[in-house]
Ligand binder design. Structure first.
Ligand code: FES
Length: 158
């Protein structure tokens, strides 16, 4: 694996989940929750444990944009791009966010601070445009100015 320290954690997840019906997705979620991404070098172990081909495992990882194949930045910012947020300007916000971070969706800013991801509804459609930071904090009615303040706050954290 890229990082040999990942191997015991992946092995423990495989051991705990490999006998479940439809184990692949739960395993991939657990690995990403534990490591922040699915290390490409974990694919052979996953395939072996589930009696799948590497191509099958790789195909699932790449089909779902949720799964990352490289480590995320220090923070993950998700911009809602679903219909209700579209009706209140999320696309303009998305363009501003990409400009402020100088990176597109499914990418990480050059300073490693933020990985930017789209999300399709955060369940707070009445107060969009919405963004989520680090899966812990939801920010409603986000304007470009408000995003800039949030970004400045992330940059000021040690
Ligand atoms: S559409 Fe954005 S929170 Fe539901």
């Amino acid at each position: 694996m890229d990082n040999p320290d990942n191997s015991p954690r992946v092995d423990a997840i495989l051991k705990a989940k490999q006998s479940l019906p439809g184990a692949l997705l739960p395993i991939l979620h657990d690995i990403q929750d534990a490591l922040g991404y699915i290390p490409p070098d974990a694919v052979p172990s996953i395939a072996r444990a589930l009696n799948l081909s590497r191509a099958e495992v790789h195909g699932v990882i790449t089909y779902y944009h949720y799964f990352r194949q490289s480590p995320p930045g220090r923070h993950v910012v998700r911009v809602c791009r679903a219909e209700a947020c579209q009706s209140v300007g999320c696309e303009a916000l998305a363009a501003h966010v990409q400009g402020a971070l100088a990176c597109g969706f499914h990418a990480t800013s050059a300073d490693g601070l933020v990985t930017l991801e789209p999300v399709y509804c955060l369940g707070h459609c009445a107060v969009g445009p919405n963004i989520q930071i680090d899966e812990t904090t939801l920010h409603a009615r986000v304007t470009p100015e408000k995003f800039d303040q949030l970004l400045a706050s992330l940059r000021s954290k040690p």
